[in-house]
Design a protein around this ligand. Structure first.
Ligand code: GAP
Length: 511
């Protein structure tokens, strides 16, 4: 079994080797935390976006889409609170000159305590076997109780200090816990400071007349400022949602872990507008609905968990993350937030426009409350890609590298091979490609022995390989090999399209 670090390195190098992800401007040695998606990556990313869009917009009669601009009026960000409050607490190490997020240093410390407790539980599980009562052990074992209490104390104190903007206490906590620079071990820290994450830019031809703008740090605000346009032009009735996907930009203090934390990334967000007082019911609904969406892809139930927030963002009255088991541990993949009426009210105040809904059933106007689901497309890509990559031992003792991307998301749905490059087999294979390509992205491959072509397609993530052989000329059928089971079945050529539809269609996966 590969160690987490090795697995992560393998993910990064495989993504490059198979045309999924490259460093941006690589010929100039790259740009920190900025990445480009290659020929296969662009397809996978598009397919994830589509899977989200279809399930959120097309499957919900009361949710519609939007495509708002990246540039927005600068007052947007004053109203949303991003100018004043979209900060991360940063701390520098004076010896190594490295910069860290103070809250992440403390969270990592707390996670280590959690891992220590987990180790004790695993050891006891092995020792006591079937007789093991985990609940009792967790509540009575002195070491586990101590680790858990300490973890809780540390996280609560950090949340309190950040809430009160007491950055001196955040630094005091780092010093009390003797947290060292993870790279060098030095404990020589600067004070903790707030750092605004928005990228500034200018609109206008001359310096004197230019307007200061920000690149949007989230797509959500484009939805809020269009709330009334969409509600009126679409005659939407509450509850209803507006969804959009698009680029967002954050000047992250520490951008690392490949595409997990980037400075330019893509979000898929949906704001669901509800009656005041009903938001917590809808919050629970969307938590459950979004978890079901993740589970539909079959990456393993054990790889997801909810993390309810102790410290809310400035706009929320309830918030949870869906965390995923990335190669470097459980981390946030998606956020579900009950954002109250904070944003619409703030935009009303700053714009002087009414952003309300007239509810005919109640015969009154109100500012709706909002439940948001927000997922990073790149992070979802990393979740899918890292779980899909496997080194598999085969029965004959050899190994194969296989990318078990859910077939609905796979860049190519099938690869078509002529067994040999002669006897009319390439022509038949090419005809199959020409027929299938209207509905599916299919590849044609005639180079090397079939076994090597299988390995190449396994590693690229293609779920089905279709081989045309001499028998095809007699029976008009082909051999279809399944990437995951490696089983082969014989299928008539005129049934191939139906076969693929049943395996890779959105309906098959989501319903
Ligand atoms: N509108 C709410 C919002 O933006 P967030 O928790 O800051 O909430 C939502 O971001 C999601 O966007 C995260 O769960 C994550 O998947 C993704 N995300 C945030 N920052 C990111 C970054 N620097 N790089 C990649 N994805 C990021």
């Amino acid at each position: 079994m590969a160690q987490p670090d090795d697995q992560f390195k393998r993910v990064i190098s495989h993504a490059k080797e198979y045309g999924y992800i490259f460093s941006s401007s690589e010929i100039y040695d790259g740009l920190s935390a900025v990445y480009d998606y290659g020929q296969n990556g662009a397809e996978l990313k598009k397919n994830i976006r589509e899977y989200w869009w279809k399930s959120m917009v097309h499957l919900h009669e009361n949710i519609v889409g939007l495509d708002a601009s990246i540039f927005m009026h600068p007052t947007t960000w004053k109203a949303s609170g991003h100018v004043d409050a979209f900060n991360d607490p940063l701390i520098d190490n004076k010896d190594s000159k490295k910069r860290y997020r103070a809250d992440v240093l403390i969270e990592d410390y707390a996670e280590k305590l959690n891992q220590k407790a987990q180790k004790e539980i695993e050891k006891a599980k092995k020792r006591f076997g079937d007789a093991f009562d985990e609940n009792e052990f967790v509540n009575t074992n002195p070491r586990v109780v101590r680790y858990r209490e300490e973890q809780d104390r540390v996280i609560k104190r950090m949340a309190r200090s950040l809430e009160a903007e007491d950055l001196a206490d955040v630094k005091a906590l780092i010093e009390e816990l003797e947290i060292a620079d993870p790279d060098t071990g030095s404990r020589n820290w600067t004070d903790v400071r707030q750092f605004n994450l928005m990228f500034g830019t200018k609109l206008g031809a001359s310096a004197e007349n230019a307007t200061d703008l920000f690149l949007r740090p989230e797509t959500a605000q484009g939805i809020f400022v269009n709330f009334l346009n969409v509600q009126k032009s679409g005659r939407m009735k509450i509850p209803f949602g507006i969804a959009q996907t698009g680029k967002a930009f954050r000047n992250e203090i520490v951008a690392r872990q490949f595409i997990f934390r980037m400075r330019e990334f893509e979000q898929m967000e949906m704001q669901f507008f509800v009656r005041p007082g009903e938001e917590l019911k809808w919050y629970e609904h969307w938590k459950e609905t979004r978890m079901k969406w993740h589970l539909s892809l079959g990456l393993g139930e054990e790889n997801y968990r909810f993390h309810d927030h102790e410290k809310m963002a400035h706009y929320a009255n309830a918030a949870a993350d869906i965390e995923f088991n990335f190669p470097f541990g459980f981390k946030e993949l998606e956020g579900i937030h009950s954002r109250t009426d904070f944003d619409l009210k703030a935009h009303e105040e700053h714009s002087g426009k009414k952003l309300q809904f007239f509810d005919h059933e109640l015969n009154e106007s109100y500012v709706p409350y909002v439940v948001e689901t927000s997922i990073g497309l790149d992070r979802m890509f990393l979740a899918v890609f890292s779980k899909a990559l496997e080194e598999e031992e085969l029965e004959n003792g050899s190994t194969r590298t296989v990318l078990k991307i859910p077939s609905v998301l796979a860049p190519f749905k099938a690869a078509v091979f002529p067994l040999l490059k002669k006897d009319g087999l390439p022509e038949i294979a090419q005809q199959i490609v020409d027929d299938l390509k209207w509905d599916f992205n299919v590849d044609y491959d005639e180079k090397d022995a079939v076994g090597r072509r299988y390995r190449r397609q396994d590693a690229a993530g293609t779920p089905f390989c279709i081989t045309v052989d001499h028998e095809t000329k007699e029976d008009n059928a082909v051999t279809v090999r399944d990437r995951d089971s490696m089983e082969q079945v014989r299928i008539p050529i005129d049934k191939l399209s139906q076969f693929l539809h049943e395996k890779v269609d959105f309906k098959h996966w989501m319903s």
